[in-house]
Design a protein around this ligand. Structure first.
Ligand code: GLY
Ligand code: MN
Ligand code: MN
Length: 457
């Protein structure tokens, strides 16, 4: 794990990350035991992941640990390691420590989580197999199809039913996970503040990204996703990836969607800025207030599909107020005119993965909750429960392809094209916070982190 600065919660002592982890792991063991029983297995074996070689080269791509492995422990840089769990017994960790002088093998882990595991350093896969039980005939395996696996004779490889049973409860975060997610937001916020300063100082997209990464103290490959740093029209490309090293002739706007990681948990934060244009700054302000109105509606029992549709109703109001559309707000929604300006989903589950598992699941046993018709990119359709962590990320973009499509159909008359053409140079706006659903509402991890940073400044 990269050094991400001192977490707000102590690592040891009463109510520390160590205590929280102990309770969290107990919960993971319990829900895994239930899942194994429901699916007819006696044990679980999880692979951390393989190093993927570059074609015909001796380099590898940056390692990404498999999420079902990091559910168990914040061991993020140990390829070809294994977690073995049999209900009622301490989890076993076969830690791959190759005898290598080209690359540094993972060190024996230290820290708040290690005392809960039987940790066995293993030179290779054969050694890992030797520390596992003699028979794996009733053990389910999750991970890559390793060449050695047929000789291990596991019961099943990546059984979909078991994966569903394991993924479904991941939506509800434990107090330990919430502490990690809070810290991921705090670190991400440090990066955002540095990025905003770099933008103010006239930095390029690449330099803004460096400011973000430097302030987070994390390598790009350790972040939960590649930062989206877009000046001007680039902000209309939803997952813009270029990171231009040179500056555009004129700067109009910045959209930065970037998050940090703590103990394997992600933050996912977006801010939009205007460069000395009061009209665009006012539009960002409108989107920010709309986002806050949506956050205010987040509580247990809310159907996330309804939040998404409400976002379109509120966006229609913003578009009307800002003179971007010529029709009434209701008509803009019913005629799909708002979808020209907001084509993505309003948010998603957040946790070990930035788009966390299980967003559509009706139950562990099967069935998906469909997206609302005409909204193919929504990633969460479940009803919110206490402990869910979600993003809230409304946007308003001037996307050439979608605008051209609308110009060619009956929506054209509902759009104020002169106004749109004057706004294209800004690309778009997104405001994204991370929310933890509480018993009565939600905790805004991102705004709290920005608030704490400005109080400390
Ligand atoms: N950063 C990707 C997303 O917001 O979903
Ligand atoms: Mn997001
Ligand atoms: Mn994002």
């Amino acid at each position: 794990m990269a050094d991400v600065g001192a977490p707000a919660r102590p690592l040891a002592g009463p109510n520390s990350l160590e205590d929280l982890f102990a309770a969290h792991l107990e919960g993971v063991c319990l829900r895994t035991a239930r899942a194994l029983e429901a699916c007819g297995y006696s044990a679980l074996l999880v692979h951390s992941g393989s190093l993927l070689p570059v074609f015909q080269d001796d380099r590898t791509y940056p390692f990404e640990v498999h999420a079902p492995f990091k559910v168990w422990a914040p061991l993020l840089e140990a390829p070809d390691s294994f977690l073995y769990f049999e209900p009622g017994r301490r989890p076993l960790l076969a830690l791959h420590q190759p005898d290598d002088y080209w690359y540094k093998p993972p060190a024996l882990p230290q820290g708040y989580w290690t005392r809960h595991f039987d940790i066995h350093p293993c030179r290779d896969l054969d050694a890992a197999r030797r520390v596992l039980p003699a028979s794996l005939r009733t053990t389910a395996f999750l991970g890559d199809s390793l060449a050695e696996l047929p000789t291990w004779a596991v019961a099943d490889i990546n059984p979909p039913r078991l994966i569903r049973h394991l993924d479904f409860p991941r939506a509800t975060k434990s107090p330990y996970e919430l502490a990690c997610l809070r810290q991921a937001s705090r670190v991400g916020t440090r990066g955002h503040l540095a990025a905003a300063r770099a933008f103010e100082a006239g930095a390029s997209e690449f330099e803004i990204e460096l400011a973000f990464v430097g302030a987070c103290g994390q390598r790009e490959q350790d972040l939960p996703y590649n930062p989206i740093v877009a000046l001007n029209e680039g902000a209309a490309i939803l997952h813009y990836q270029v990171l231009e090293t040179s500056l555009p002739a004129q700067r109009h706007s910045l959209l930065i969607d970037a998050g940090a990681e703590f103990a394997g948990y992600a933050s996912d934060i977006t801010r939009s800025y205007s460069h000395r244009d009061a009209d665009f700054a006012a539009l960002i302000g409108r989107m920010d207030r709309m986002q806050q109105a949506l956050c205010a509606g987040v509580r247990p029992g809310v159907d996330w599909r309804e939040v998404h549709l409400q976002a379109h109703r509120l966006l229609a109001g913003v578009l009307r107020e800002a003179d971007i559309i010529t029709c009434g707000a209701e008509e803009a929604v019913t005629t799909a005119t708002t979808r020209v300006f907001l084509p993505h989903g309003i948010g998603h589950l957040l946790g070990l993965e930035v788009h966390d598992a299980g967003g559509f699941m009706r139950s562990p046993d099967g069935g998906e909750i469909p997206r609302p018709e005409g909204h193919p990119y929504l990633r969460l359709t479940r009803t919110l429960q206490e402990g869910f962590v979600v993003t809230m990320e409304p946007g308003l973009y001037f996307i050439p392809q979608l605008l051209e499509a609308a110009r060619a159909d009956e929506r054209s008359a509902r759009i104020n094209w002169r106004r749109v053409d004057s706004l294209r140079k800004f690309g778009g706006i997104r405001v994204e916070d991370d929310l933890a659903v509480t018993a009565t509402g939600c905790e805004n991890l991102t705004r709290d982190a920005f608030g704490a940073a400005s109080a400390a400044a």
